[in-house]
Design a protein around this ligand. Sequence first.
Ligand code: MYR
Length: 281
Amino acid sequence: MKIAIVTDSTAYLPKDVRERLGIRMIPLSVIFGDETYREEIDMTADEFFVKIKQSPKLPTTSQPSVGEFVDLFTAIREEGYDAVISIHLSSGISGTYQGAVTAGTMVDGLRVYAYDSEISCMAQGFYAIEAAEMAKAGKMPEEILARLDEMKRTLRAYFMVDDLSHLQRGGRLTGAQAFIGGLLQIKPLLRFENKVIVPFEKIRTRKKAVQRIEELFDEDADKGVPLKAAIIHANQPDEASRWRDELAARYPHVEFSISYFGPVIATHVGEGALGLTWYQP
Ligand code: MYR
């Protein structure tokens, strides 16, 4: 059976990785006034961070239309594929996954399996890479989906933002009432729970937030089992490299990479956001 793997742009998988593994990417968009940019196609992360400083209005974001999904799935079918596994950012923060589900019912002759990663960014990328490797190895859709569910059990992601107002403004922060009042002073550690972003712990400084993420990472990394991990940053490449070097020196059995919050996710988390995700391969 010929299986195609699709993910959306918020996995921020480098083009060479996508090309090597044959992963198709459907973009979300960032909107400045009446200008719409498909991220990773019309606008890179670097361009976004320049543009946002010059723009009088804050950007908004939008998911791919159902029509765009139908076009992509139809093209995949025309290439002779029997099935597609379409892996997306959490359905609790975007309608993208639902768009894939709806489009799947509209394309005949192709089995469409939409998969809710319940997360985003490189954590979602890990799912897409694993699925693509399995598809290349000739695995069936059911085996791939079962493996993705198994990955969910070991996958962790914690992140912090410099300014919580972006997440609040976009309505993507759940359960933060306890923090209201002290919002500007704290750097809460955030994570996904039941598909939405929730504050995990109240922390006062960026340094302490990084230390706390390291403690949480250590609980898994200390067991000595191989892990794959990614540092994710919003325009903080030097801080990300330094952190990767420190962690890599301490944990030789962990494969680290550096990824980024691109335009769509950075619209909601703001410049300066930093996170760590990992799972057991
Ligand atoms: C849309 O317009 O449909 C996109 C909405 C994206 C919301 C993003 C919220 C922040 C996600 C942070 C992910 C951190 C992963 C480690």
